[in-house]
Design a protein around this ligand. Structure first.
Ligand code: GDP
Ligand code: K
Ligand code: MG
Length: 266
């Protein structure tokens, strides 16, 4: 069994990896690139933990992000540990929503709590986990605090989140169409594939071309774009706005800003 460690760059993934693993199973490079790949034996269970490069988005703009997206498209793994920077929730949660959309169990390690506190931000963990629909464990990846609790949560958690961003009727319709197009051909989430395709994810486009045929997929994409244009938008904009609205809702109930720091930070 394999567990993927994912998150934005510099959120503490490698620090956490070192606390959660005993010995290395493998240290080398990702295929075709000189980006370090580390696989360790997860302490709690007969599982391997894979330390992935940092990604702001799954639409690969950097070599690091391309490694992450190819991993999500090609590799077999069971669960995701998503390290989230508590001081940068607004940006980090955009990735979290996309990982939840991938429809594998996600457990969140909420790191950098000291930095968040320094900014005058308080995070209501209960509210965060209720809204995200997955376990959230506060950790200090640098000091190793909370890592055992996180490891147990990862071992025990087997459900996929019930959180579904509402992308509106039109996009939801195309997600259904994608399901019937690819469900016989892949275990990947049709929802995730459709949304990544709409966002212009070139790796996903290529993958879908080989799964469902180039003409079919290009036509599908053209029809979505035309439908979005009819309401004066680009399809990718609709996707982004829907996610951003959910993130703002989450922040409104899970993040408290101390008065004195408000102006400096927003
Ligand atoms: P990665 O890029 O996600 O793998 O992150 P790293 O594990 O390399 O950590 C990036 C930096 O953040 C390092 O300098 C860590 O020491 C630091 N770091 C990790 N966890 C914490 C934390 O909880 N608080 C603070 N202030 N720094 C941390
Ligand atoms: K780093
Ligand atoms: Mg790292």
């Amino acid at each position: 069994m394999e567990i993927a460690l994912l998150g934005n760059p510099n959120t503490g993934k490698t620090s956490l990896f070192n606390h959660l693993t005993g010995s290395y199973e493998y240290v080398g490079n990702w295929s075709g690139v000189t980006i370090e790949k580390k696989v360790g034996v997860f302490k709690n269970k007969k599982a391997n933990l894979v330390d992935l490069p940092g990604a702001y988005s799954l639409n690969p703009l950097s070599a690091d992000e391309a490694v992450v997206t190819e991993y999500l498209l090609q590799d077999e793994f069971e669960k995701i540990v998503n390290i989230v920077d508590a001081s940068q929730l607004r940006r980090n949660l955009l990735l979290t929503l996309q990982l939840i959309e991938y429809e594998k169990p996600v457990v969140i390690g909420l790191n950098m709590m000291d930095v968040a506190t320094g900014y005058g931000k308080k995070i209501k963990i209960e509210a965060l986990l209720n809204m995200l629909g997955c376990p959230v464990v506060a950790i200090s990846a640098r000091k190793g605090e909370g890592c055992t609790v996180l490891a147990d949560a990862v071992t025990n958690h087997t459900n996929t989140s019930l959180l579904k961003v509402d992308y509106g009727k039109m996009i939801e319709q195309y997600i259904c169409e994608m399901s019937s197009l690819v469900n016989q051909k892949t275990n990947l989430s049709a929802r995730w594939l459709t949304l990544q395709l709409i966002e212009g994810n070139a790796s996903v486009l290529k993958h879908l071309h080989s799964l469902a045929g180039k003409m079919e997929v290009d036509d599908f994409l053209k029809r979505i774009e035309a439908a979005a244009n009819k309401i004066g938008k680009e399809a990718a904009q609709l996707v982004f706005e829907a996610r951003r609205n959910v993130v703002e809702d989450i922040l409104a109930s899970a993040e408290i800003m101390e008065e004195m720091n408000k102006e400096v930070l927003t």
